[in-house]
Design a protein around this ligand. Sequence first.
Ligand code: BGC
Length: 255
Amino acid sequence: MTDQHLLGVDIGGSGIKGAPVDLVEGRFAAERLRLKTPGRSTPEAVAELVGTIAEEFAGQLPADAPVGITVPAVVQHGTVRTAANIDEDWIGTDAETLFGDLLGRPVLVVNDADAAGAAEMHYGAGRGTDGVVLLTTLGTGIGTALFHGGELVPNTELGHLELDGHDAETRAANSAREDEDLSWQEWAARLQRYYRHVEDLFWPDLFIVGGGVSKKADKFLSELDLRTPIVPAQLRNDAGIIGAAWLAAHREGQA
Ligand code: BGC
């Protein structure tokens, strides 16, 4: 399966993005398609747009190829369990059945940060790191993906650790920096508090910082004083799509 192109789709708060992924190279095999997330991002409304993306690339994919799809939520065995930054109707939705019926293909649905982490571990900043690796995505929320020996421990949700009486992501996500108009230094102080707390609890060998803002890593990573090495993600916003496709191929391959 890995020598073929598989479709990855990343469902986010503002955009739904998809592209066929070349799993040998770990990159898009064609330019991605991005559609705007509907105002009310119910499962049905989102599924319709995922269908449009799948149709766009159908000609480039093997007929029975699985599809990997991310959602910004906890996903247990295909069912969405939380909805911090998406419509509440997702809670309890069997998303693998919903998308599988719609697309007529096997579908893997996975947490967005877990997918991004898988991509970084196989093609990006985590390649060859065997110990404990924690990827954090700094976006609307904070997503986390925990690996040990290259194996994912799914749904860690460490963006919701309580810090100083707050849900950590409401203070330290990139959206907090934008909404509160924080300087890079002010934001870095919040990140310092967050990453120090996480390293005290998990003792990782490596932090990887993803999300769109990781392309500006030079503005805030050097401000952090941590014992854990901390590096920017290499695949940035492509990581969710690439990781979803990789995980879908991996599960199929093992089935
Ligand atoms: C959600 C996570 C998600 C993260 C990034 C958090 O609010 O609880 O499931 O991975 O945002 O989108």
